[in-house]
Write a protein that binds this ligand. Structure first.
Ligand code: ZN
Ligand code: FE
Ligand code: FE
Ligand code: ZN
Length: 268
């Protein structure tokens, strides 16, 4: 446990998380963590795109908050990162964001299967009831595969996010998973075990055991994240995450320093 790191944490700038970054850091120290990373929702090219992320003019504030927290917790390695929404056509904007600060890593996330539907948004549940679930999952994994191939990201977030509310097609999902896993492996992009899934209706880690095993077999890198939106969620359910990593066949996980990957043995 002690050597693990939590690489997925938010800040109030995204408008749906609570607690100053220093409270997340204090919780991490209390739990015995030696390394964490902030990965708040990055701004979109247009601030009116949605209402659950920082605005473009808050990017410097975000970085300043993380740097302030670094100064307050010299005993903790604190990484500067973002969770960046991948939508086709946004590559230039994302590339521009990546050059604005000295990020340690960027987590690529697909939440949108169209410009207007973020599939994990609880206010848009009715969409799920109107759409063919296989089709939604297919579009999602097409985008996730493109994100892995884009060269823009170090890590891919919550890889099977469409399962969040339990809308899972009753057929073999391997044909959707395999192209993504292959793309992640050949482009040196890691996946994360994200414990937020345990706190959602699906009651399962992201990704589930089958996708995680495919990733391990393909030699994809691994990170761990709580997706904390409150200080009390830091490092939550990491015991389960560790068990899942081990069961899938992972022996190592990845850390990042200014976008350079550091491979580290998983402590069992
Ligand atoms: Zn969030
Ligand atoms: Fe996300
Ligand atoms: Fe997140
Ligand atoms: Zn997330």
């Amino acid at each position: 446990m002690r050597l693990l790191v939590d690489y997925h944490m938010h800040t109030p700038l995204c408008r749906h998380a609570v607690g100053h970054p220093r409270e997340y850091a204090a919780q991490a120290v209390a739990l015995g963590f030696s390394e964490i990373g902030y990965s708040d929702h990055s701004p979109m090219a247009r601030d009116d795109f949605d209402d659950w992320r920082m605005r473009a003019d808050q990017l410097d504030t975000y970085v300043a908050m993380v740097e302030e927290t670094r100064r307050e917790f010299p005993q903790l390695t604190i990484r500067l990162a973002m969770e960046v929404d991948y939508l086709p056509g946004q590559e230039e904007w994302i590339g521009d964001l990546s050059r604005r600060h000295r990020w340690d890593y960027l987590i690529g996330a697909v939440h949108y299967v169209s410009d207007s539907w973020d599939i994990d948004n609880p206010y848009k549940l009715s969409q799920w009831r109107e759409r063919d679930h296989w089709e939604v999952w297919s579009i999602y994994f097409e985008r996730l595969t493109a994100a892995a191939k884009s060269g823009l990201f170090d890590i891919i977030a919550h890889a099977d996010l469409p399962k969040k509310f339990g809308f899972i097609p009753k057929r073999d999902l391997t044909p959707l998973f395999q192209p993504f896993v292959d793309a992640a492996a050949s482009n040196g992009v890691a996946v994360e075990i994200n414990t937020a899934g345990l706190r959602k209706e699906c009651r399962e880690l992201y990704p589930g055991p089958s996708l995680l095993k495919m990733a391990a077999q393909a030699g994809v890198g691994l990170t761990f994240g709580s997706d904390a939106h409150a200080p009390a969620e830091v490092g939550i359910n990491f015991k389960e995450a560790l068990k899942a990593a081990y069961a899938a066949g992972f022996k190592e996980y990845c850390r990042f320093d200014q976008r350079q990957r550091i491979t580290t043995p998983i402590p069992f």
